[in-house]
Design a protein around this ligand. Structure first.
Ligand SMILES: [Zn+2]
Length: 402
């Protein structure tokens, strides 16, 4: 305590030294007045001045701090406003997109439904392919987990619709794949190469396949699955149409000379020559039948063939019936499988009444024997395909020309 007062003493002494009693003489009009300014009074004035100064400083600092704070607040408010404006802009932009997305989904739904109706009719689609791989997947609902919970409610609703559409598309794809595989197996058993058939068809593509173009979805997941579905449908249709076009019907109800296709000695010259068809010997006038449904391309004479009929079955497949004695159809007519088109004869380079039957695939003669000897399982798939393609054809006529 004493040491503290000892420490303060020099300061107090300096403070007291600042203030000393002063006596001031003032002379006015010859009179001299005497004013005394005491040290105590000086100290009081100094203290009051110091207090006023302190108060002023405090107020100034307070005002300054307050101004700083409000500037901060103003910046914060501005920031919030900017964020709100940006959010509003995003929402407005999203609202515009909602219309677009909804229209896109609508368009895709219409396309999916049309595909299902066109290719499967009233047939129920088989359950999704992964259902039989994992039993747990069967009770899995539409993947709502894939929907981003941060999206606005409208967007979530659309995303859920999109997920359902995706699931439906996947089921359709699986069904198309299964059918295409069946047709592929049958086509292969008939000795044709399914891959090259699809390739050839794709090269000359143009028919009813109009690539699906979404407004915004082409790049999205659904765009990809649509492209896959489109490709699978094209492949399925080519294989099924080929299967239907394959002339597996007997062109005449007589025994064929199954060994007659290929190189043999020419009955006229005796030299080895390529025989590009099968011969069916039989009585003059025996009914000649279309081996597959198709359109009559040509009715008339050709050198060596005599009276000849050519029928186009589509998919690059053509049948030729030669040495005929008469015709029962005309060029341009649509004929069914098994429908009579001509009568057996011996016109052209023929040694006796018989049918010369040729099958050409993209202009190249192929041995018709494997088509005519198709086994029951292949014929069953073929018949299945015929009904489907038939339905497709009548649906196409109903819709108008394509
Ligand atoms: Zn022949």
């Amino acid at each position: 305590m004493s040491s503290q007062s000892t420490g303060l003493r020099p300061w107090r002494q300096r403070w007291n030294a600042l203030f000393q009693d002063h006596e001031i003489f003032i002379r006015t009009h010859g009179h001299v007045r005497f004013v005394r300014v005491s040290a105590v009074w000086q100290k009081r004035v100094a203290l009051i001045a110091a207090a006023v100064l302190l108060a002023w400083a405090a107020v100034t600092v307070a005002i300054f701090v307050n101004q700083l704070l409000s500037a901060d607040e103003r910046a914060e408010v501005a920031r919030k406003q900017a964020a709100a404006t940006a959010a509003e802009a995003r929402i407005a932009q999203y609202r515009d997109r909602v219309g677009e997305i909804a229209a896109d989904l609508d368009e895709r739904q219409a396309q999916l439904e049309e595909w299902q109706k066109t290719y499967f009719g009233a047939e129920a689609l088989p359950a999704a392919a992964d259902d039989d791989k994992t039993g747990a997947a069967a009770d899995k609902p539409v993947e709502t987990s894939a929907v981003d919970p941060r999206l606005p409610p409208e967007a979530q609703a659309l995303a859920r619709i999109e997920a359902r559409q995706e699931a439906f598309s996947a089921r359709l794809l699986a069904a198309v794949g299964a059918r295409a595989a069946k047709a592929e197996g049958a086509v292969a058993k008939l000795g044709l190469d399914p891959a090259s058939l699809v390739r050839n068809a794709a090269a000359g593509r143009g028919g009813p396949f109009i690539p699906f173009r979404g407004r915004i979805g082409a790049a999205g997941a659904l765009g990809k699955s649509f492209a896959a579905l489109e490709g699978a449908l094209f492949r399925m249709e080519v294989l099924e149409r080929t299967l239907v076009a394959i002339p597996s019907g007997q062109p005449a109800h007589v025994l064929m000379l199954s060994s007659s296709y290929g190189y043999r000695s020419d009955p006229f010259t005796g030299a080895s020559a390529m025989h590009s068809g099968l011969d069916f010997p039989g009585p003059l006038g025996t009914p000649i039948l279309a081996a597959a449904p198709g359109k009559v391309l040509y009715v008339g004479q050709r050198a060596g063939y005599g009276n000849v009929i050519e029928v186009d079955h589509g998919q690059g497949i053509m049948t030729r019936y030669a040495h005929l004695s008469g015709f029962t159809t005309r060029a341009g007519a649509q004929v069914a499988a098994g429908q009579q088109i001509a009568k057996m004869g011996s016109t052209g380079r023929s040694t006796g009444s018989h049918l010369h039957f040729e099958v050409r695939l993209n202009g190249v003669a192929v041995n018709p024997r494997r088509f005519l000897e198709a086994k029951a399982d292949v014929l069953e798939v073929k018949d299945d395909a015929r009904q489907r393609v038939g339905a497709l054809a009548s649906a196409a006529t109903g819709r108008g020309t394509r």
